[in-house]
Design a protein around this ligand. Structure first.
Ligand SMILES: Nc1ncnc2c1ncn2[C@@H]1O[C@H](COP(=O)(O)OP(=O)(O)OP(=O)(O)O)[C@@H](O)[C@H]1O
Ligand SMILES: [Mg+2]
Length: 341
């Protein structure tokens, strides 16, 4: 993990996400309101690295992932590849960039055409990008099946004749068909049972080693994030509130939200952290985000100055950023006194 994080620092980013904001307008209680799904996201992705987006439901992970994959146009901000802006507000990216960034969905049933055979699913993107040579198409299809460890005997089957794990592999093969530089994985293992999940994770790692593809991984499962991701971006109510190398963020969280998220996660290695650290109350509505620190209504150690303004992300050490202005209170003795009572 650490090795890859070091690599990412020395490699040039292939994608730069700058100041990306996405607002939706919705009708609530008969009135039109604006909802901020993601707010001023800034991050980079280097070749061959895995970046994870984590955070509670509704924190904006899928919206961010869709902006990166160009399925949603940001309201503000730019996304550049190799220094050239490809995605700007109100402008669709060029088709070339769809090739460079592919998406694998959580639910393979919703993203595979039930009428297509495995061969057709894979030939379609190959034809679009590499032309119509029959021999070449057949060769590439066989290669892709081998890449995701699917048997050639499945070529004439349709999605309903495949297991959940096989469908998810097919979705990955289809994404790999166009030789992308980045694959966005939105909850790639959520629909799989535990043993199939482990195999899928191992496969994702092998594919990355062979192709140097970068992953933007969205996952609720911190154990999955811990095993795959070099860096993690923790989102809360549309904002990144902490980011850094996965091992450092998970062993030494610098934001009360991250600390609570880790301690609430089942099966995490970092049991030493466990200390009855809990958030109070409910996540506010994204139509009504607090003006100071986003966590003020839930934070166990909130201070008067936390309400004053939205704290920016600042470096706690190289590559590890946090938006909490009172990190010293994360291990405060008063906290233990409070939870003990
Ligand atoms: N098309 C849309 N129109 C209006 N609001 C939307 C739309 N898409 C997302 N939202 C809202 O934006 C916010 C962020 O949603 P998003 O799906 O990105 O969250 P998420 O972190 O992926 O959540 P989950 O973990 O449940 O998948 C939510 O409040 C959601 O209701
Ligand atoms: Mg989502």
């Amino acid at each position: 993990m650490t090795v890859n994080a070091d690599i990412s620092r020395t490699r040039l980013p292939i994608m730069r996400v700058q100041n990306v904001t996405k607002t939706f307008s919705t009708i609530s209680a008969g009135r039109r309101t604006h909802l901020t799904a993601v707010d001023q996201l800034d991050f980079t992705i280097a070749a061959g690295e895995t970046i994870a987006l984590v955070g509670e439901s509704g924190s904006g992970k899928s919206t961010a992932a869709k902006c990166v994959a160009d399925l949603l146009a940001p309201t503000e901000g730019t996304i550049s590849m190799d220094g050239a802006p490809t995605i700007r507000p109100g402008r669709r990216a060029r088709r070339r960039d769809h090739r460079r960034v592919q998406l694998v969905f959580q639910d393979p049933n919703g993203s595979l055409d039930p009428r297509q055979t495995v061969r057709q699913v894979l030939e379609e993107p190959l034809r679009n990008f590499f032309g119509n040579n029959r021999g070449e198409l057949r060769r590439r299809v066989r290669e892709l099946l081998a890449d995701v460890e699917l048997d050639e005997s499945l070529l004439n089957r349709r999605p309903r004749e495949l297991s959940g794990g096989q469908k998810q592999r097919l979705g990955l093969a289809r994404a790999l068909a166009v030789e992308p530089e980045i694959i966005v994985l939105d909850e790639p293992t959520a629909s799989l049972d535990v043993s199939t999940r482990g195999q899928m994770l191992a496969l994702l790692e092998r594919v990355q080693r062979h192709t140097d593809v970068a992953y933007l991984l969205v996952s609720h499962d911190l154990a999955v994030v811990q095993s795959l991701a070099d860096r993690v971006l923790v989102m809360y109510l549309g904002s990144i509130i902490e980011s850094g190398p996965t091992d450092r963020v998970f062993t030494n969280p610098q934001h009360p939200y991250t600390k609570a998220l880790i301690e609430a996660a089942p099966k995490m290695e970092y049991r030493a952290l466990r200390s009855a650290w809990r958030l109070d109350g409910e996540i506010p509505s994204p139509t009504d985000r607090p003006s100071g620190c986003l966590l003020t209504n839930r934070c166990p150690v909130v201070q008067p100055d936390c309400h004053a303004q939205r704290p920016p992300l600042v470096a706690v050490d190289a590559d590890h950023l946090s938006a909490c202005i009172h990190p010293e209170l994360l291990s405060a003795p008063s906290m233990d006194a409070r939870t003990a009572s």
